[in-house]
Design a protein around this ligand. Structure first.
Ligand code: SF4
Ligand code: SF4
Length: 380
């Protein structure tokens, strides 16, 4: 999508609606998430490197079974490009840690309250130095886990905004209701952060099935809090975008039609407004790949992705202009590669770079999961 680059208004100061608060501070979602994890073995433990290798083999076998070549060969055949190359980096994505108050069934980084991996302050400081020396970067996209629960979140937001760079917060919405996070909504408004929030459906049943018990109810409260501050409200410069991903092994429906349905349902039922709705294809990796393999539907899903190949996605795929940084500083071409531990090039740590300009024209690391980015309307 086109990143928002407009000015940050003082809309909230002009007349916000009554601020909506979540339930009592002791009502963290984390105990519920931990209970669900204890009851569901697929959520219990993150994949080991051996599991990851096995997962790649499963995808490869599924492609072999349907007679499809490796993604790089497929792209060369379709476009004549031997390898996908990066352009200058306009988007810097920061994976600040894996801790999350939720443990969603489709989470491609397997976040949960049990994960402790987190970005250090030294790394956050260095990233801001690199950002200052990389004028092509227009947007910093902060993600996790629940990125707001990272100790480095506020430093990174303030540092990037001070450099005049747009900041996106990948917000799971329920984090706005967590104890100790009362500062968050106003902080996001004060810094003019663009909030991009997951809401895979406007029905409670579907959202809770994919994201956990009580998630829908708290997501609605979170959206109301953001609307009350001006996010996603007509006439305000504070942006609130929603992200939809399918609840199963199918491609997302048409984005414009779905936006219309979301707009109507959320407004009619809850009085909630937002700016854009983005649809994402579920990538056949991690928990979702595991689910497909258990249901013996991986082959069918890979077939769906391959037959839905859309050449128009190739110039727009996010890895062309994206540098994704892991919580340990390792560089990746996108966060799916990050999830699969497939680093950029031969493995570069941002601590060894002074600027991101050297990444221009570098080859992009691809794999069979990339078919998910070139299917239908894409997934970037
Ligand atoms: S909220 Fe996001 S980061 Fe957290 S478990 Fe769900 S998908 Fe993963
Ligand atoms: S998964 Fe998508 S964004 Fe990532 S490298 Fe493959 S094509 Fe690019």
């Amino acid at each position: 999508w086109t990143p928002y680059t407009g000015p940050v208004s003082s809309w909230a100061a002009k007349g916000p609606r009554a601020v909506v608060h979540c339930a009592a501070p002791e009502s963290s979602l984390i105990p519920d998430t931990l209970n669900e994890m204890a009851a569901d073995s697929t959520l219990a433990a993150p994949l080991t490197s051996r599991d990851r290798l096995e997962e790649r083999k499963l995808r490869r076998r599924a492609l072999d079974a349907i007679g499809v070549p490796a993604f790089s060969d497929f792209i060369e055949r379709e476009t004549g490009e031997e390898v996908l190359l990066k352009r200058s980096i306009s988007l810097l994505q920061l994976n600040v840690g894996l801790f999350c108050n939720q443990a969603c069934t489709h989470c491609h980084v397997e976040s949960s309250p049990r994960r402790t991996e987190a970005m250090s302050e030294e790394l956050a400081d260095h990233i801001l130095t690199v950002l200052a020396a990389s004028p092509s970067v227009r947007t910093v996209d902060i993600t996790g886990g629940a990125p707001e629960m990272s100790p480095q979140f506020r430093k990174l937001v303030r540092g990037a905004r001070a450099l005049g760079v747009e900041v996106i917060d990948r917000c799971n919405l329920t984090v706005l209701c967590e104890p100790e996070m009362g500062w968050l909504p106003q902080f996001l408004a004060d810094e003019g952060v663009r909030v991009v929030a997951s809401l895979p459906c406007y029905s409670e049943e579907n959202v809770d099935k994919q994201r956990g018990n009580k998630v829908f109810e708290r997501s609605i409260k979170g959206l109301k809090m953001l609307n009350a501050l001006g996010f996603g409200v007509q006439g305000s410069d504070l942006h609130l975008d929603l992200v939809y991903n399918p609840g199963g092994a199918f491609l997302p429906p048409d984005q414009a039609g779905l936006k219309e349905a979301y707009t109507k349902q959320l407004d009619d039922s809850f009085g909630i407004t937002f700016n854009e709705l983005f649809t994402m294809t579920n990538m056949p990796i991690k928990r979702f790949a595991d689910l497909l393999a258990r249901e013996k539907r991986l082959e069918e899903y890979m077939q769906l992705l391959v037959t839905s190949f859309n050449p128009a996605t190739l110039s727009e795929i996010m890895c062309r202009e994206l540098a994704s940084v892991g919580f340990d500083g390792q560089l990746y071409d996108c966060d799916f590669n990050y999830a699969l531990a497939m680093p950029h090039g031969l493995g570069i740590n941002i601590m060894d770079l002074e600027s991101l300009t050297s990444l221009e024209k570098a080859p992009i690391t691809t794999g069979s999961h990339c078919y998910g980015c070139t299917a239908g309307a894409g997934s970037s």
